[in-house]
Design a protein around this ligand. Structure first.
Ligand code: PLP
Length: 392
């Protein structure tokens, strides 16, 4: 990807497809499943990849290419490929790069479906995963085996909002010559660029802050060109392509990523400050609160603290549920990174199938509430939370 020297706010707006003969200012949607060739030779050369051009939208499409190019510029990555969902990006990345009997080392706190992929599906191909907990860095090296191919993390983690040290983990991966893959969904490239800390690949669920308005699903993997080539070939042949319409939405969304994320973070810090010290609350976790156990690491690798706040209401499961039932403005929903503030109670929903002991292992006590702070006026969000807390 050529370096224009522009800031990422500018890249997110000015990275555009070539204009058509209509000279449109804002890019159109290319809803077409295939593309036509000039003649037999053009068709042959295109399939032989002697020229870069669109053939069929399962392979590439102008809208998906524009979206991918923007993410690459924002993440400082060489190349990328877009997918229908964040999970198809995660799955395709592993499926393309791993062979049977390979091994993964991962932080235990990963997105629920990623955890299911590691424990339920990849073992079908004899791909096993060893886990370390967020505060067990010294364990990481001891988990690396001769067949380990990938070190995998998310930071901030979901839903406990712990921070992992990307620089430290990147150095371990380099030392052992294994791939370092980071799910950067909670931070977005505006707050954190894992490639700067040695990540070989960076994955996003574009469904979250990248869309930012709760409309479409999407995913993307960016990083080293040789790895992306394998991932592209896997995707081209197996079909988890991002739809051109969703790519158009996501590319448009990136134009406002910086201003949205700034405001999300400002609101989230306001809410974290309100919750800290509240009588009905045991503790609050937000990366840019001084009380966060990994505050220094967060400051080192993130521009701002992100839009998700975790806290523990006093009184466990029962009060967690009561609190949710008393919420009026904020939404009870499974998504995050929306303009609308979303409140969830992981112990009774996304992580209800885990035993209480397993939940503690992943840092999800029964009273834990996760707020994905939106873009409403911060006072209105605080009033809603305040009233709900008074009712428990
Ligand atoms: C939501 C999410 C995913 C999965 O993304 P989908 O678009 O829902 O498939 C992966 N990782 C993290 C951290 C997420 O929050």
């Amino acid at each position: 990807m050529e370096d224009t020297g522009y800031h990422i706010e500018t890249e997110a707006i000015r990275t555009q497809l070539e204009r058509s003969s209509f000279q449109e200012h804002s890019n159109p949607v290319y809803l077409t499943s295939s593309f036509v060739f000039d003649d037999a030779e053009d068709m042959r050369a295109s399939f032989a990849e002697e020229k870069q051009r669109n053939i069929y939208s399962r392979f590439t499409n102008p809208n998906t290419s524009e979206f991918v190019e923007k993410i690459c510029k924002l993440e400082g990555a060489e190349a990328g490929h877009a997918f229908a969902t964040g999970m198809s990006a995660v799955f395709s990345t592993f499926a393309a790069l791993l062979d049977s009997n390979d091994h993964i080392v991962s932080c235990r706190s990963v997105f629920g479906s990623t955890h299911a992929l590691f424990t339920k599906f990849l073992p079908k191909w004899n791909i096993e995963t060893s886990y370390f907990k967020v505060d067990e860095y010294e364990q990481v090296e001891s988990l690396i085996q001769s067949n380990t191919k990938v070190l995998y993390v998310e930071t901030p983690t979901n839903p406990a909002i712990d921070i992992l040290d990307l620089e430290y983990l990147g150095a371990i991966a380099r030392k052992h010559n294994i791939l370092f893959i980071v799910d950067n969904c909670f931070a977005t490239p505006y707050l954190q660029q894992p490639a700067r800390f040695g990540a070989d690949l960076v994955i996003h669920s574009a469904t979250k802050l990248i869309d930012g308005q709760g409309r479409v699903l999407g995913g993307v993997t960016v990083g080293k060109a040789d790895l992306i080539r394998e991932i592209y070939l896997f995707s081209r042949n197996t079909g988890p392509a991002l739809s051109p319409f969703n790519a158009w939405i996501l590319s448009k969304s990136l134009e406002t990523l910086a201003v949205r994320v700034e405001k999300h973070c400002e609101n989230a810090l306001g809410i974290a400050n309100f919750l800290e010290g509240h009588v009905k609350i045991d503790w609050v976790k937000y990366p840019f609160l001084r009380s966060h156990p990994q505050y220094e690491i967060a400051k080192k690798q993130m521009k701002l603290g992100g839009n998700v706040v975790a806290f523990q209401v006093k009184g466990g499961l029962e009060n967690g549920r009561r609190f949710l039932n008393a919420i009026k403005l904020c939404s009870l929903s499974a998504n995050l990174g929306d303009t609308r503030t979303i409140v969830t109670h992981p112990a009774s929903t996304t992580h209800s199938k885990l035993s209480e002991e397993d939940r503690m292992q992943v840092g999800i006590p029964d009273g834990l509430v996760r707020i994905s702070v939106g873009l409403e006026h911060v006072s209105d969000i605080i009033n809603d939370l305040s009233k709900a807390l008074n009712e428990i």
